[in-house]
Design a protein around this ligand. Structure first.
Ligand SMILES: *Cc1c(COP(=O)(O)O)cnc(C)c1O
Length: 229
């Protein structure tokens, strides 16, 4: 399959997953995860209709974003962000999925202020409480969000998670469910300056289950670009 066929296939699977559980397929958007893939491949995806790209590493992303600057696409940062790279992240990305500390949020806010930008962010939650994964715990998420919500150059748009890996994606369901429940709960609290509109969850192996649990942004790399080295 070429990239066009792969994308058609993924789009069909996203639509089917949404329709099967009674959701409007338009409410699930595809983030094509292009980490480690060259600008040529990303261009192929853009030409095949991709409008949102996800990157994990600042330096790599910067080169690609510059090379593809003439294309009207949206770039999302989905990797772990170090505080000292906040400046670049604010310059390059429309949405940062991986904010998990007040320290990082403050730095992003300062950088946003310098360039007069309100930076859209998601709060990354480590629902599986895995040592190896970034993210705030579900228990700490609400107080972190309350603290970040008063920073004027940030806008919280939702939550993101990466559940533990399972061969059987159905086993990720309780983790997706936990994030969705947290999302509804925070929504209900009506915290000023917090908009719970995005739920970023689901990758190549488990996006169907994530969509069934309410995902609005699926982050898919391998099924579009092939496996990574
Ligand atoms: C790499 C990555 C993805 C994409 O994973 P695939 O299994 O290749 O679809 C999604 N989300 C994050 C945070 C990633 O780092």
């Amino acid at each position: 399959m070429d990239i066009k066929e792969k994308l058609t296939n993924i789009r069909n699977r996203i639509r089917e997953a949404a329709e099967t559980c009674g959701r409007d397929p338009q409410t699930v958007r595809l983030v094509a995860v292009s980490k480690t893939k060259p600008a040529d491949s990303v261009l192929g995806a853009i030409e095949a209709g991709v409008t949102i790209l996800g990157e994990n590493y600042i330096q790599e992303a910067r080169d690609k974003i510059n090379a593809l600057a003439s294309h009207p696409v949206s770039w999302h940062f989905i990797g772990h962000l170090q505080t000292n790279k906040a400046k670049y992240a604010v310059k390059l990305f429309d949405l940062i999925h991986s904010v998990d500390s007040l320290k990082l949020a403050r730095q992003l806010n300062d950088e946003g202020e310098k360039v007069n930008k309100i930076q859209n962010i998601l709060i990354q939650v480590n629902v599986g409480k895995e040592e190896t994964k970034s993210g705030v715990s579900s228990e700490e998420a609400v107080s972190l969000i309350e603290e970040i919500s008063i920073l004027p150059n940030l806008s919280i748009r939702g939550l993101m998670t990466m559940p533990p890996f399972f061969d059987d994606p159905d086993r990720a369901r309780p983790y997706f469910k936990e994030l969705a429940d947290l999302w509804h709960y925070i929504r209900g609290r009506n915290i000023p300056n917090v908009v719970m509109e995005e739920l970023s969850m689901g990758m190549t192996g488990d996006f169907k289950v994530a969509i069934e649990c309410g995902s609005t942004l699926v982050r898919i790399g391998t099924a579009i670009f092939g496996s990574r080295n």
